[in-house]
Design a protein around this ligand. Structure first.
Ligand code: FO1
Length: 323
């Protein structure tokens, strides 16, 4: 029963989800099925944004947008289902770097985004038009309208995020992470308004360092979450570490090389001052007492969401726990 949206129950609640790439997008997809159009707002990380062939690519934003539009490549998680790479092939012939693969349909989004930004529109406005064009019924908000770029320090020196994540396949050991531009980046008015209107806030199972980290580092966002909580809007976080491993991506090795414990408890410590509830997988139920020792309530359920039904079940458990 939990996996079928119950019509009416809590559909009118306004939920704000903090999300990075694929894991956050999957939970957004689950939550969207229980909430009335416009009642889910996804604040996305833009620190992974990347300039390619003169175009601006916003991977975490586009992964959430394609997922909520129902057109995401479900195996890869990023890019458009069934996309072709004719343009990428020709770019290669013309001597362009193509290790960061842009599909032909994906490319259209970057062309439109870049043109509108060059005309002086804010990333938030551009994002709104793109998601409406693709029929997304929730609201996706870039964490800031100012540019932030995650950089990774390795033994070979500093790398731009996508150089680390894609070109180097996350092989180098991460010694330090920094968010260029974070000092002057502010939460957009739309992001602040979303937190003010929120009945609940959820931190998705994305990488706590490089996906959720940049969002929480934006001036105004931690305090906006704190204000929502003080106002009575419960705040939950979902662990992206299960059984000491990341479900995908480099979060486990990154947490380790940055000196954090690579467990759901280690992630809970990063969020303890922000959240009322921490959602962990059944595999980590033994950690409940230690997490509750941080002053955080726990909810143990299935957090590995590889199909639509699992996404809905996790969303239902979270919405029920936040009720
Ligand atoms: N990830 C890869 O591993 N290889 C790619 O060629 C690649 C291209 C790509 C293009 C558009 C996009 O939105 C995402 C893309 N990603 C690719 C994923 C991306 O690097 C990650 O989704 C995020 O940056 C981390 O969450």
């Amino acid at each position: 029963l939990g996996s079928r949206p119950k019509p009416g129950v809590g559909r009118d609640r306004r939920v704000v989800l903090l999300a990075g790439g694929v894991g956050g997008a999957k939970l957004a997809d689950g939550l969207q099925q229980f909430l009335a159009p416009g009642n889910l707002t996804v604040v996305v990380n833009t620190g992974d944004d990347f300039e390619r062939h003169g175009l601006l690519v916003s991977p975490d934003h586009d992964t959430v947008m394609y997922t909520l539009a129902g057109i995401a490549n479900r195996v890869q998680g990023w890019g458009v289902e069934g996309d072709t790479f004719a343009n990428s092939e020709m770019l290669g012939k013309l001597g362009e770097e193509t290790w960061f693969r842009l599909g032909d349909r994906d490319l259209a989004v970057h062309i439109v985004r870049t043109r509108q930004l060059q005309e002086g529109r804010r990333p938030t406005e551009v994002s709104g038009d793109l998601q409406r064009s693709l029929g997304v019924r929730s609201t996706i908000l870039p964490m800031s309208d100012q540019p932030v770029r995650t950089r990774i320090r390795t033994d070979e020196g500093w790398l731009a995020f996508q150089e680390y994540f894609v070109r180097r396949r996350q092989e180098p050991v991460v010694r330090e992470v920094c968010f260029d531009g974070i000092e002057v980046a502010t939460a957009s008015p739309e992001v602040l308004a979303a937190f003010e209107a929120a009945d609940a806030v959820v931190i998705g199972p994305s990488n706590p360092i490089v996906s959720i980290g940049p969002i929480l580092a934006i001036a105004g966002i931690r305090s906006a979450i704190g204000a929502a909580r003080k106002r009575g809007a419960p705040v939950a976080a979902v662990s992206g570490i299960v059984g000491g491993r990341a479900l995908r991506g480099p979060a486990d090795r990154m947490l380790s090389s940055l000196g954090h414990e690579v467990t759901a408890l280690g992630v809970a410590r990063l969020y303890a001052d922000l959240v009322d509830l921490f959602v962990i997988d059944r595999a980590d139920s033994a950690l409940e007492p230690a997490i509750e020792g941080l002053g955080v309530a726990t909810k143990t359920t299935e957090t590995v969401i590889n199909d639509g039904a699992a996404r809905r079940r996790l969303a239902a458990v979270i919405l029920e726990a936040l009720d």
